[in-house]
Design a protein around this ligand. Structure first.
Ligand SMILES: NC(=O)c1ccc[n+]([C@@H]2O[C@H](COP(=O)([O-])OP(=O)(O)OC[C@H]3O[C@@H](n4cnc5c(N)ncnc54)[C@H](O)[C@@H]3O)[C@@H](O)[C@H]2O)c1
Length: 253
């Protein structure tokens, strides 16, 4: 028996890295998929890969930082598949590094807009649909940096801490509504986000970050997808308001 057979799974930022791995894993578990992401050429290729795993996948163009965009994407998903069973609020960006005192307001607002407001925008629309159904699962992508600080990344750290606060609060509010809400806190995962952030291409920086993990390596997107499938499925039926750390021991120190 597949773990997400005929479930409708909505994933933001599903065309790259962790989101794409979660999409492919959900497809293999029998889910109907809606991928909400920005349009791009590499995204078109990613969509082909996801469809190879499951022909029932649709793409919905969506900037998660724009409230009405996310509403329209959720509406489209429900109109195509008839329900919304699982939502993964995963879309995220790294942001320009700087100390708090040197960070521009624009750099701050950009990261908060995608990484925190984007999750609120998703949850607001997803919860409206799930409350009608009296069922659903939401998984929010936080980070180890939702639990501890990281110099030069205040915008990212604040947004990821905020995602955990949102997750816990909504879990309290919807505990008796048949809706479970949890967050995943990955350590550093080898995805295009690290390349964009200048980490993967600089040997010294890369080694310094790898060394912060007791397992002395980056994580793989598929290792996060394994956690996502567990939280999305009935195997985690008594888990809500929790944070799942998949971090090679980063937070154990
Ligand atoms: N890679 C890591 O080390 C790591 C660690 C902890 C948490 N995370 C989190 O995991 C999530 C996925 O990261 P990733 O490493 O796979 O990154 P990635 O850059 O590979 O993928 C991010 C995806 O989000 C999409 N996206 C970005 N802005 C968007 C917007 N405004 N609207 C819709 N889609 C948007 C991108 O198009 C892309 O498909 C992010 O929330 C990130 O913060 C990543």
């Amino acid at each position: 028996m597949k773990k997400l057979e005929n479930k409708t799974v909505f994933i933001t930022g599903g065309l790259s890295g962790i989101g794409k791995a979660c999409a492919i894993a959900a497809a293999k578990e029998g889910a109907n998929l809606a991928i909400a992401d920005m349009k791009s050429e590499s995204g078109d290729r990613a969509m082909e890969d996801i469809r190879k795993a499951n022909s029932k996948a649709i793409f919905v163009e969506c900037d998660v930082s724009v409230f009405v965009n996310v509403g329209a994407a959720v509406e489209k998903t429900v109109s195509v598949f008839g329900s919304l069973d699982v939502a993964l609020n995963n879309a995220g960006i790294g942001g320009e590094p700087n100390k708090v005192g040197d960070m521009t307001e624009q750099a701050w607002l950009k990261v908060i807009g995608v990484n925190l407001n984007g999750v609120f925008n998703g949850m607001k629309h997803q919860l409206a649909q799930m409350a009608k159904q009296n069922s659903g699962v939401i998984v929010n992508m936080s980070s180890i940096l939702g639990k501890v600080g990281f110099a030069t990344s205040a915008h990212y750290v604040a947004a990821k801490h905020g995602v955990i606060g949102l997750t816990q609060t909504a879990a309290l509010e919807y505990g008796t509504s048949g809706i479970r809400i949890n967050a995943i806190c990955p350590g550093f995962i080898d995805t295009p986000l690290l390349t964009k952030g200048g980490i993967s291409d600089h040997a010294e920086v890369k080694q310094m970050i790898i060394d912060l993990h007791p397992m002395k390596r980056f994580g793989k997107s598929e290792e996060i997808a394994n956690g996502f499938i567990f939280l999305a499925s009935d195997e985690s039926s008594f888990i809500t308001g929790s944070t799942m750390e998949i971090d090679g021991g980063y937070l154990a120190q």
